[in-house]
Design a protein around this ligand. Structure first.
Ligand SMILES: Cc1cc2nc3c(=O)[nH]c(=O)nc-3n(C[C@H](O)[C@H](O)[C@H](O)COP(=O)(O)OP(=O)(O)OC[C@H]3O[C@@H](n4cnc5c(N)ncnc54)[C@H](O)[C@@H]3O)c2cc1C
Length: 815
């Protein structure tokens, strides 16, 4: 017993040292003190004490004597680092260095400072932004008839295009001084989310000019002349922009574009002008077919040295009016189920004056860095908002549908099988929204969070895939039968678009999140690599030695934290709150320490070869991502003022995330390239085994129940999407039916208890009339029964079409 108490005291002491980030000399003294006291108290036998002191001196002496340490440790490690450093191209380096890191670095490093998370103000819209979303955006949603857009017109109707331009929806990111709306990232995200809940085509059309495109690039890198010319015209919708990077030969590996521009002198507006002759072939370019200005990425070459000594100048971005002679643009692709404009374009030896290069001649060759920096913000806004909008749409409609649709004389949402799907829809939608909010807050806080935006791009579109799939399963035939009444199938068809664009998901998970995350979030890796790349041996060794000492302390404290938190089942881990969510903060701190330790050791063992081990990298990406999403979930609950009714959603999402982190770490260890070392590491990472479980059925039942009837929690979960009770609109029909069904339920219940049921040979209306006539129920209750029946018929109704006319002339039976 005495030994256990002593071990507990020592563990707490070591954790305290780790928390204050004690320097090496303090650690050395502290461990020596612990050994002395242990011996003095008679808790160690002579042999054990001798062995422990031997090991301690063997490690502590060389570590604390700098010249010795450099010889026996730092120098060999430096040589090894040089050997295992991965070869890195300029484009890879620029991609890795782009942007900043925020909360994701905290969870990566094993000791999240919760005050940093909870100290960030809750995201909020300005009055102007709120009024815009409640006004013009709501109005636009009412105008977006997705069946007409996707099926009949294969385009937005002209009045919708006009509305979008007139209300400057293409200029959300353009500052007011240039005539734009000057919106925050949060407002931008809210707009896209709301539109996405009504029409993916509408949302994508609006999102693209506000995401990675000419406006974003001009704002950061454009010359004053370019900004004054283009930004007001883009804000007013007088110019329609697109940005063309992808081509047939370069998709995910966009740095490998073969499109080229040769520096030359040409004639422009009657004068000899310095510029490029550009040849390109692009595809998949959103808004390309209707664009008036083409943002183009090409590789600049200067064989005649008109600009300087270098011949290959690198990727360059220019803005080319699409009516320039030689630009071939206008044909369309047909992206899965959506009708936004998207198509190929090309040009052969098109003369592009130097003034058209974004930022002018100084920015020739800087295009890749520009794109990487701009991408980091944009990909954290548009697609996460689209994914979340679809998630909320699924949550709202599927809950209502599962309540009004009855089979086996019960609402289908009461069956456990359907509950499982509803629980995923509710829990994941909460998590998605939380991730969206945390990331837009970071962007509005001035960050360009490269890793967090990759996390939300990947996970919110993957969660969208899951949630929409579940929603389709619950709606079954109602979800499959396409037509004006269907509010799900187009979102379902569009999922692969969200998965593919702005960094295809497999690549984002397996290469980017951890590849960039490790480099950007690890506190010592970059300094070590910089030292290893230093050609001066003395400064290289000194810098490497400094970083290595910090690194060793970092690894040791994370190992100590991981074991102590693991053995205490998270109870010794810190939490910034009390109450029902405290345990999730603790568990997350525990997972964070284990993750940091394992990531560190893996980087040490695999070095640059980790780049090729995409399965491992992908699992590290999952671990990091779900820690980020779990933090976001807990923060969202705090920001909302801890409403008790939301707890089932919070707990479901938190448990789901922790379970995924645990699985990721478990799978890394199971597939660890050095099997024996993997087994040793498992003792540190899971000292008491795998403790976290998938959310249980009881919790799933509480989440599912929350979706099945109106409540403030349901409203909070789905806040920000287009919500209507208008039965002439597809989603309004199911909301309307829910209200009517709930109003009729007490009457039905009473009839059931009294043993009154509809005879098999009598139509429903006739039966109700009879009940009223016989005085079994008053006439208003009869009306409630009839209204519920009628509203349900409309909500469960699907479209049918004349046999010989195809599906163009829809008979919207449900309308
Ligand atoms: C509807 C739509 C709109 C688009 N809009 C634009 C636009 O406006 N402008 C623009 O420039 N581009 C645009 N794109 C292009 C988009 O960015 C690319 O489709 C995307 O980069 C993937 O390229 P790819 O389709 O050629 O797939 P590929 O690069 O051929 O990839 C195929 C698969 O392999 C995976 N993969 C590739 N390399 C690796 C790797 N190293 N490790 C793991 N997995 C890997 C990918 O994740 C993907 O799953 C759009 C695409 C679509 C479909």
């Amino acid at each position: 017993m005495g030994v256990l108490i002593w071990l507990g005291v020592v563990a707490a002491f070591l954790v305290a040292l780790a928390r204050v980030k004690a320097p090496l000399i303090v650690w050395t003294g502290a461990i020596a003190g612990v050994l002395l006291l242990t011996g003095y108290a008679g808790l160690l036998g002579g042999l054990a004490a001798g062995v422990l002191w031997g090991v301690f001196l063997l490690v502590a002496v060389p570590l604390n004597i700098a010249p010795l340490r450099r010889r026996v440790l730092s120098n060999p490690m430096l040589a090894r680092t040089r050997k295992v450093l991965p070869p890195m191209s300029d484009t890879e380096r620029e991609a890795i260095e782009a942007g900043t890191v925020g909360w994701e670095a905290e969870v990566f490093r094993g000791n999240p400072r919760w005050e940093r998370l909870l100290g960030t103000p809750a995201p909020s819209l300005s009055e102007k932004e709120r009024a815009f979303i409640d006004g013009p955006v709501e109005e636009l949603c009412c105008k977006l008839d997705d069946w007409q857009i996707t099926h009949e017109l294969n385009d937005l109707p002209p009045q919708v295009w006009d509305f979008i331009k007139r209300h400057r929806l293409f200029g959300m990111i353009i500052p007011e001084e240039y005539g734009g709306l000057g919106f925050s990232a949060l407002a931008h995200s809210q707009v896209v989310m709301k539109l996405a809940s009504r029409s993916v085509t509408g949302a994508v059309t609006v999102m693209v000019p506000n995401s990675l495109g000419p406006a974003e690039l001009l704002l950061h890198y454009g010359t004053e002349a370019q900004k004054t010319h283009y930004l007001p015209r883009l804000a007013r919708g007088e110019e329609i922009p697109c940005f063309a990077l992808t081509g047939p030969w370069a998709g995910s590996d966009a740095g490998a574009i073969p499109d080229y521009g040769v520096v030359c002198k040409g004639t422009f507006q009657g004068r000899e002008t310095l510029g490029f002759r550009v040849t390109w072939e692009k595809r998949y370019i959103t808004l390309g077919p209707v664009a008036t200005v083409l943002g183009l990425a090409f590789k600049a070459h200067d064989p005649d040295h008109l600009l300087g000594d270098k011949e290959d100048l690198g990727i360059t971005c220019a803005l080319i009016p699409t009516d320039t002679p030689g630009v071939d643009i206008g044909r369309r692709h047909y992206p899965s189920g959506a009708a936004f404009h998207n198509g190929p374009n090309s040009g052969r030896e098109v003369f592009v004056p130097m003034d058209w290069v974004i930022g002018g001649q100084d920015n020739v060759g800087r295009g890749w860095r520009m794109l990487m920096e701009s991408l980091s913000a944009g990909r954290g806004i548009s697609l996460p908002a689209l994914g979340t909008g679809s998630g909320k749409l699924a949550a709202r409609t599927t809950g209502a549908y599962a309540r009004v649709r009855k089979q086996f004389r019960l609402p289908i949402g009461r069956f456990e099988g359907v509950e499982e799907a509803l629980a995923r829809i509710g829990g994941l939608s909460y998590m998605m929204d939380a991730g969206r909010l945390l990331t837009t807050s970071a962007i509005d806080g001035g960050e360009k969070p490269a890793v967090a935006t990759a996390i939300v791009k990947y996970h919110l579109t993957e969660a969208m895939r899951q949630v929409i799939n579940d929603a389709m399963d619950v709606h079954a035939g109602r979800g499959i039968s396409m037509g004006p009444a269907n509010y799900l199938a187009r979102a379902y068809q569009s999922v692969p678009i969200a998965i593919t664009v702005e960094g295809a998901n497999i690549l984002t998970r397996s290469m980017i999140i951890f590849g960039q995350g490790a480099m950007r979030c690890h506190p010592y890796l970059v300094s070590e690599i910089a030292a290893a790349s230093n050609v001066d041996p003395r400064t290289a060794l000194a810098a490497f030695d400094r970083a290595l000492i910090g690194h060793m302390g970092y690894t040791a404290t994370n190992a100590a934290r991981a074991v102590v938190y693991g053995l205490s089942r998270g109870r010794l881990a810190p939490t910034p709150v009390s109450g029902p969510t405290a345990k999730y903060f603790r568990r997350l701190a525990r997972m964070s320490a284990a993750y940091a330790f394992l990531a560190d050791l893996t980087l040490l063992v695999l070095g640059g070869t980790l780049k090729r081990r995409e399965s491992l990298s992908g699992r590290f990406a999952d671990g990091l991502s779900f820690m980020y999403l779990c933090s976001a979930t807990l923060k969202r609950y705090e920001d909302a003022g801890r409403p008790a009714a939301d707890l089932p959603l919070v707990e479901w999402a938190a448990r789901y995330c922790l379970y995924q982190v645990q699985n990721a770490l478990d799978e890394i260890l199971r597939n660890f390239p050095l099997r024996r070392l993997g087994q040793v590491l498992r003792v540190v990472v899971f000292p008491l085994g795998r403790r976290y479980r998938y959310p249980n059925d009881a919790l799933g039942h509480r989440v599912a129940s929350l979706l099945l009837e109106p409540s403030e929690a349901r409203d909070r979960l789905t806040a920000g999407i287009f919500i209507t009770q208008d039965p002439s609109l597809p989603t309004g029909r199911v909301e309307f039916a829910l209200a009517k069904v709930l109003a009729a339920e007490p009457v039905e219940q009473r009839l059931r208890t009294s043993g009154v049921s509809q005879p098999a040979n009598k139509p429903f209306d006739a039966w109700v009339d009879e009940l009223v006539a016989q005085g079994v129920i008053p006439s208003q209750e009869g009306a409630a029964l009839r209204e519920a029946r009628e509203a349900t018929r409309a909500a469960i109704g699907v479209d049918d079409f004349p046999r010989h006319q195809g599906v163009t002339a829809a008979t919207d039976e449900a309308a």
